[in-house]
Design a protein around this ligand. Structure first.
Ligand code: ADP
Ligand code: TRP
Length: 320
């Protein structure tokens, strides 16, 4: 089974990104022939600053390697190291009905948020289809917001195969329905757009300040408290064992424990969990040659597949 997913380089990662997207993506490398790429061509639809794009691409590479992408199991690469996806995107775009793209929520949502309605933004799903079809992926793990784009991919692949003969594998989306929404320090969904995040690579005082800011109700120290409605407890759940959870829940219900205590317990857990990844990230950042090697090796493997697919597609349409 071949598995492919992509991530846009989009700023500092937070605990919500980690549990909602990175951890499941990293676990997939145990389940098949895994491909993961940094979607820097896609990011150009929103980032138009060369230094920022370069920096964010490097950051995502470091973040994912530090968090556990194993380059021996996953081909990890930059999208821009596979120029073949552009030629493939053109072949697909000539078959892509305007209506299919006009129906895409993501385009409507992004333009409603004020992102410029460029041709690139409109054609974004066609490029995404090319990413997926280039490596003949069977499974595409994505968040719910990307499901429609995988459906566009399937539609284009079926149209192409029906028109020109069998070239593409039809991919299936794999939606992470079981991943809970991680709350931010204000109790809303943690999101960089809400300025309520806890960053995974933040540490020391600024991290402590952030954790101490988590919104709680105004119960007094001696009052019994409800763990199930508490943001601190919801975050603690992500890190603790069953026994630790039961213990903390008991202390909430018994009264006599302040929220400060629960916050400190959470802070310890965050440091314990992400500490080794922070160290690993610093080591990797000091060895960018290694990181670039990993990305080049990953690109070589993915590019060989993309070349093979493109040659078949070029022949099928009559370019060769
Ligand atoms: P943000 O909301 O911070 O801009 P993105 O939209 O870039 O985050 O999300 C990147 C990935 O992280 C997506 O796959 C999304 O499903 C996941 N994700 C983001 N925030 C959360 C959250 N609070 N809980 C669970 N998953 C999340
Ligand atoms: N559009 C995806 C996102 O914003 C990123 C992406 C680009 C992708 N190409 C892909 C994901 C191919 C899966 C497969 O999250």
């Amino acid at each position: 089974m071949r598995i492919l997913s992509g991530i846009q380089p989009s700023g500092k990662l937070h605990i919500g990104n980690y549990f909602g997207m990175m951890k499941p993506a990293i676990e997939l490398q145990e389940q098949g022939d895994a491909y993961l790429f940094i979607a820097n061509y896609h990011a150009m639809t929103t980032v138009q600053d060369a230094a920022a794009l370069r920096q964010m691409t490097e950051d995502v590479a470091l973040d994912f390697l530090a968090c556990g992408i194993d380059p021996n199991k996953t081909a990890f690469y930059r999208q821009s190291d596979l120029p073949e996806v552009h030629e493939l995107a053109w072949l697909l775009s000539t078959l892509c009905p305007m209506g299919l793209l006009e129906r895409c929520h993501s385009y409507k949502d992004k333009t409603a948020k004020g992102i410029a309605a460029s041709h690139g933004l409109f054609a974004y799903p066609v490029l995404m289809a090319a990413d997926i079809l280039a490596v003949q992926s069977n499974v595409v793990p994505v968040g719910r917001d990307q499901k429609q784009h995988v459906e566009v991919t399937r539609d284009l692949a079926i149209r192409f195969n029906n028109t020109f003969g069998e070239v593409f594998t039809i991919p299936e989306p794999s939606i992470r329905a079981d991943v809970a929404v991680v709350p931010g320090v204000d109790g809303q969904k943690m999101s960089k757009s809400y300025n309520n995040t806890i960053e995974i690579f933040q540490e020391g005082k600024p991290l402590k300040k952030r954790v101490m800011k988590i919104l709680t109700d105004s119960k007094e120290l001696e009052d019994p408290k409800d763990p199930e409605t508490c943001n601190v407890f919801a975050l603690y759940k992500l890190f603790a064992t069953e026994t630790e959870l039961a213990e903390l829940a008991e202390r909430y219900r018994a009264g006599g424990m302040g929220y400060g205590h629960a916050k400190t317990a959470l802070l310890d857990k965050i440091n314990e969990y992400f500490g080794p990844m922070r160290e690993r990230r610093a080591e990797l950042a000091a060895d960018m040659d290694y990181v670039n090697d990993v990305l080049e090796t990953g690109a070589k493997k993915a590019r060989a597949l993309a070349r093979e697919t493109l040659d078949k597609a070029r022949h099928a349409v009559g370019l060769e």
